[in-house]
Design a protein around this ligand. Structure first.
Ligand SMILES: Cc1cc2nc3c(=O)[nH]c(=O)nc-3n(C[C@H](O)[C@H](O)[C@H](O)COP(=O)(O)OP(=O)(O)OC[C@H]3O[C@@H](n4cnc5c(N)ncnc54)[C@H](O)[C@@H]3O)c2cc1C
Length: 469
């Protein structure tokens, strides 16, 4: 075989998955159709859980440095540093569990550096896939002609328009676009109408960013947004003529919401936008995709190493499927609130008033971050089991303080034991680091940062059997 796992797509999700598999002792290989890294500034941030996932692998300082500039850009373009639900900018930050403002090309550079050691084949486009019980073959178009790449597994991280999904026969049910947005860094000449909601749509304008959201229409073009096209859209929405002299860094996106009916078919898996597409409202795509990679990486590594049965992979969709569905649900709700019309105006006012209530404000933040979503495990357990753990400080018997994220860089599980439970260390396998602590109750952390146990010895044995054999 050419590799243990072939990853199709060197977007953020493919790169992070590659790094996770390498950490898990595998030899992954990434194939990417683009000859050079993408420069398109799509996402401008990652959520709480993705920030924590990358921090667990030692990328916290780079994220914090990027955030400085990212938050400045966000404030310039949106007139606020507060997060938003359907462009209602009222969401207060969670100081204990921050998100990161980082432009997507910078994130991809950071992740490419993190995945160093994984072979990357650029200008390689997957055109077909063959799969049987023994492995997978990707048929790849390259500048030197067609190549066949073989591996034990193949993961489609090839984005929303990727081919792996259809080549492997996954269903992709969902809803068609309701709204469509044209946006970019725009230079105007002369007067510009005020930003806001109009009868036919919304006009956004802040800093150098401008954009128009209208009801989606059939037969729209697909390429970069032209100045004339944007001026015409602004005219339709605001009723005003504007002169647009330049559109840089243009974006054209709609809010279709679709999710693959499974994330695994035999030896072919999906992660990231390849598995789910939705409106970018609330900036959740990367949170979702990077968490798919975090969830899948260590499981696939354990299965390929032969330490865990293939059935472990069933837990990937069982856990990540509901997370994807939850984002589709809240982005559909945001689209409904972004549609034009007086009824929606009234609803937005009420939602904005609700957001002034501290509990409701937290509710919307949690909805977007996903921190309250609990994975369903195949054994009975109560919170916090099934939740992603925030980073936290741990004090050892000598009073030395470390962070939980100091112990997660190797990609192993972490068994934190309080003074009364130290004898449970004997149950830990080589894939688990035991950390004595005096300032917390005992818990077991999976490599993806999910709390797998917090209880008695019998329950710990079940958790270890389930996730670490
Ligand atoms: C305007 C906009 C704003 C956004 N803002 C945010 C935000 O603030 N926060 C957030 O979290 N998300 C945001 N998103 C969503 C985010 O950009 C995506 O969720 C993210 O890019 C998904 O990453 P991915 O790695 O799954 O796929 P992609 O980034 O799409 O990468 C897929 C890769 O696969 C390659 N590929 C495709 N087909 C093949 C093939 N056949 N062979 C080989 N390679 C192939 C592609 O060239 C590409 O490099 C935004 C999206 C848009 C459009």
């Amino acid at each position: 075989m050419d590799a243990d796992v072939v990853i199709v797509g060197a977007g953020p999700v493919g790169l992070f998955l590659a790094a996770e598999l390498l950490l898990g002792g595998l030899q992954p290989l990434v194939v990417e159709q683009l000859a050079q890294p993408a420069t398109e500034r799509k996402a401008r941030g990652i959520g709480v859980l993705a920030t924590e996932a990358l921090t667990r692998r030692g990328l916290g300082p780079q994220l914090a440095a990027a955030h400085e500039e990212g938050i400045r850009d966000f404030a310039r373009d949106h007139g606020s540093t507060l997060g938003h639900f359907a462009n209602i900018h009222k969401l207060l930050p969670d100081e204990d569990r921050p998100r990161t403002h980082i432009w997507q090309p910078e994130l991809e550079r950071l992740l490419a550096g993190h995945a160093v050691g994984v072979p990357m084949r650029r200008a390689h486009r997957v055109t077909a896939i063959e799969s049987d019980v023994d492995g997978v073959t990707a048929i790849v178009e390259t500048p030197q002609g067609e190549r066949r790449i073989t591996a034990a597994y193949l993961v489609g991280c090839d984005g929303g328009r990727g081919k792996v999904r259809s080549l492997a026969g996954f269903g992709f049910p969902g809803t068609p676009p309701l709204l469509r947005t044209l946006a970019g860094q725009v230079r105007f000449e002369g007067a510009v109408p005020p930003a806001g909601r109009y009868a036919a749509g919304s006009f956004m304008h802040g800093g150098s960013m401008a954009g128009v959201t209208e009801f989606a229409r059939d037969g729209e073009s697909d390429g970069p947004v032209t100045p004339a096209e944007l001026a015409a859209a602004i005219r339709r929405v605001t009723g005003e003529d504007v002169t647009v002299t330049e559109v840089r860094d243009s974006r054209r996106f709609a809010d279709q919401a679709r999710q693959a009916d499974d994330y695994r078919r035999g030896r072919i898996l999906l992660a990231g936008d390849a598995a789910h597409v939705h409106s970018p409202s609330g900036g959740q795509g990367l949170n979702l995709g990077l968490l798919d990679a975090a969830n899948l990486g260590w499981k696939l590594a354990a299965v390929v190493r032969g330490e865990m049965p293939e059935t472990l992979l069933d837990s990937y969709f069982r856990e990540r499927g509901p997370a994807g569905a939850a984002v589709l649900r809240n982005t559909r709700a945001q689209s409904a609130l972004l549609a034009p019309g007086p009824h929606v105006d009234a609803l937005r006012e009420i939602v904005a008033e609700l957001m002034d209530l501290p509990e409701a404000n937290r509710y919307f933040s949690d909805l977007l971050s996903g921190v309250k979503e609990r994975y369903e495990f195949p054994y009975p357990a109560e919170e916090p089991v099934g939740l992603h753990s925030p980073d936290r400080s741990l004090v050892d018997d000598e009073g030395r303080v470390t962070l939980l994220s100091d112990h997660t860089r190797t990609g192993r599980g972490v068994l934190v034991l309080d003074p009364e439970s130290r004898d449970l260390a004997a149950l830990a396998t080589k894939r688990i680091e035991v950390v004595p602590a005096t300032n917390t109750e005992s818990f077991l952390l999976r490599p993806d940062g999910v709390i797998a146990w917090a209880g008695g010895e019998a329950e710990l044995k079940v958790a270890l059997d389930t996730w670490f054999a």
